[in-house]
Structure formats: C-alpha cells, structure tokens
Design a protein around this ligand. Structure first.
Ligand code: LCS
Length: 397
C-alpha cells in the first residue's frame, strides 16, 4: 500500500541532503572534491527521510493550493488544535490547554528564542551528551554557557548519570535544562522511572525545562513515548516541543508546535516572535495529524526491519562494532571504537573511502568519539549498499 522501496530522485530540489553536505558536514564549499560523484554517494546523514511524504499530506497541500491566495497566515482556526491535541491524546494519553500552544518555523528557531527569553546574563544551559549539536548552538547563539552531563554507555545502552546530573543542576547559574525526549543520537526512549527521577531534579532546583519531543512519534513498534508534561502535570516552567517534521518527513515546511505553560513566557513569546506560518505548512501539518496515522504505522514497521537488517549485517561484517537497535528515531548509533582512534575524522573517512555520507565523531558536542550515526530512513536496497560500503571500507582500512 505504501511503497517505501521506491527510489526518489532528490536532485534539483535544493535539498540539504543532496546538495548541502559539503557545507554542513565538512564546513567546505562546492570546490571540495571526493572520489565519488555527488549522485554516487549513499546519503545517511541529515535527519530527513528518503521516503515520499504521505499522500494524504500532499493532498492537503493540494487542497490549499486550490485556494490560490497565499497571503499572511497564522493558525486562527481551532480545528488545528483539535486535531493535534487528539493526536497527543490518542498516542500519549496527554493533553494541554489550547492557549498554551504557539507555533514556530521549526524547533531550532524556537530553542534559539527560548534560551534568549529564559536565561539571564550569566546563566547556563544543561543537557545530556552526546547531544544533537543545536542544543549547544542555541546556547552559543545567546552567549550562554553550556553544562554537559555525559550519559552512561553500558554495552551500547545509554542511561542517565543522575548523580552527575544532580550535581550540575544544583549550580544556581544552571537555570535551563534541555531534554531530548526521546534522545538523539542514542535513540533512547526514557522510561517513566527515568523521567520521574529527572523531574525531581528539575523541580528541586526550580529549573526551566524544554522537552524536545521532535522524535516522539518515531518509535520501534513495541515502544511507547511519555511526554515529560505528563510526568510533571503541574510544573509551570516546562515547555514541550513537538512537530510533524520528522514524523512525516516535512522538515522543509518548517512548522512545529511549542507548548508553553508559563503565562509570562508565553506572552513574551507572542510579543517578540514573528508569528506567521506558511499556509501550505499549516495545511500539511493538519492533514498529517488528522489522516497520517496509517502511513506512520507502516513506516514504523519498515524502519523496524531496517534496524534488524543493520544489526545483523554489522554483527556479521563488523563483529567488533557495538550496536543496539535504537528505541526511537530512524538513526542508528554505532560504536566503532575498536576500529578507529578517537582523533580520526569518521565522516571524512567514510565519504572518501566508502562513498557514504554520515555524521559522527565530534558532531555531537562531546562523548561521541569513535561513533557513527547512520540514518536508516531509506529504501532497503540503499541501506544494503550503504552497509556493504561501510563494512568494506572499515575492513580494508
Ligand atoms: N531537535 C532535535 C532533537 C532534532 O534531532 C532535530 C533535527 C531538530 C530539533 C530540528 O528541528 P526543526 O528546527 O527542523 O524543527 N535533527 C537533525 C539531525 O540530527 N540531523 O539533521 C537534523
């Protein structure tokens, strides 16, 4: 019914994935050359998918196109809230009042703004490492310091070092905690117990917390997501971020949901934020949440199989690699420390020697040397070729 095996040509679409890798991964320009032509690369890097967006979403955009005028837009219609809150209720048994929902052209821009609004002059931002690097960039952008708490890695299974976190959270200047829930890049889905322990630390230290739940819809089939807002139902200094961008492969449409409980912060947001949304993005997001669930369930099954395949392939061909199937995301976090020294530049190695574009090593703030992150949201034939090239390159090293 849904063809996730289809190979779609993304060239000439201004896609970051096909055209932006020199700049993003290698901080280089178009003069950087590789032994592979651009179209010969297997691209397993940036977190978007090689799959077509659901037909119901494309139809939603089409219906909006038919209205033919694309003037300034904002979500006025309460239908959007009704549909998105139903999504949260159905999937996470969690709901929030309508007035708490504001929109942003992406979660990253929201993080940049929220750090600015929340943190005073000499205050710092706390997060768990390895981390999606934009948590750091949001602090850097606002000239705020960062405090990192390394996760504990036991045989590829990551847990929170609560003792370390507690110590760092108790610093009065560390006022904001950004939680990646579920976690990129480890793929952990935090359990109720873990979230409760986190909530105690947050509460005890009266911290602000942003729970970035952008990956929450993309879980392995046997996993369940718990919004932090559900664990902390009355905590006022909590902001939740969710989006259709990862779930339905709509990152370029730049629309995301920011749920701000604190009234003063929300007022500040509404005053300072550039509060317009792209009308096509509104239509897409609404259609996705209203009609996209069957597509998502099929996608999850496909991704589960890609993870199984990856696990088996790595076990056979790179027996000294360490890998556990991620509980969430379509990202595989693979430990290659037995094959590389910490100084080696893994994205460069694989681009040159395997023709595979991937992220890894120091791209995740800290505590990530010797790891590669593989985006498995691609047709199985592409994945097979990518894995083959990766393993051959390492074994020929
Ligand atoms: N938050 C997390 C935890 C993410 O992983 C990403 C995208 C974003 C926010 C981006 O939000 P947006 O501004 O698009 O709404 N993650 C990416 C990644 O790991 N590689 O490429 C993108």
């Amino acid at each position: 019914m849904y063809d996730f095996d289809e190979i779609i040509d993304r060239r000439n679409t201004n896609s970051m994935n096909t055209d932006g890798f020199r700049q993003y991964i290698f901080h280089a320009d178009e003069t950087m050359e590789f032994p592979y032509k651009d179209e010969e690369f297997i691209r397993m890097w940036i977190a978007d998918m090689e799959f077509a967006a659901p037909d119901v979403v494309i139809e939603g955009i089409q219906k909006r196109l038919d209205k033919r005028i694309f003037g300034y837009s904002q979500i006025f219609d309460k239908e959007y809230y009704n549909i998105f809150s139903k999504w949260c209720k159905d999937r996470y048994d969690w709901s929030f009042p309508k007035q708490e929902l504001v929109m942003s052209n992406g979660i990253i821009p929201a993080l940049y703004e929220l750090v600015e609004y929340i943190c005073k002059e000499d205050e710092k931002v706390l997060f768990l490492t390895p981390s999606y690097a934009y948590f750091k960039y949001a602090a850097d952008h606002n000239d705020k310091g960062i405090v990192c708490s390394d996760l504990i890695n036991k045989d590829g299974y990551y847990t929170i070092d609560f003792e370390d976190l507690e110590k760092k959270a108790s610093d009065k200047k560390t006022t904001l905690f950004i939680l990646c829930n579920p976690h990129n890049p480890s793929g952990r889905v935090w359990t109720k117990d873990e979230l409760e322990s986190l909530s105690q630390i947050i509460q005890k230290n009266d911290m602000w917390v942003i729970s970035d739940e952008i990956h929450c819809d993309l879980l392995r089939c046997n996993k369940n997501h718990i919004p932090l807002g559900k664990i902390m139902p009355d905590y006022n200094k909590l902001i939740t971020c969710m989006a259709p961008s990862k779930t339905f492969n709509l990152a370029g449409l730049m629309i995301s949901n920011i749920i701000i409980r604190n009234e003063a912060l929300r007022k500040l947001w509404l005053k300072r934020h550039y509060n317009f949304d792209n009308p096509l993005s509104i239509a897409a997001a609404q259609a996705a949440y209203e009609k996209g669930a069957p597509w998502l369930e099929a996608l999850k099954e496909y991704l589960d199989k890609n993870f199984e395949l990856t696990k088996n392939y790595l076990k056979e061909h790179l027996p000294k690699s360490k890998f556990r199937i991620s509980e969430a995301t379509y990202l595989a976090w693979v430990d290659l420390n037995e094959y590389f020294t910490p100084e080696e530049d893994l994205p460069m190695f694989f681009a040159y020697n395997a023709g595979v574009l991937l992220e890894g090593g120091n791209m995740f703030v800290q505590h990530s040397d010797g790891f590669i992150r593989l985006n498995l949201a691609c047709p199985r034939s592409v994945l097979e070729e990518g894995l083959k090239r990766i393993c051959e390159a390492v074994n020929n090293k």
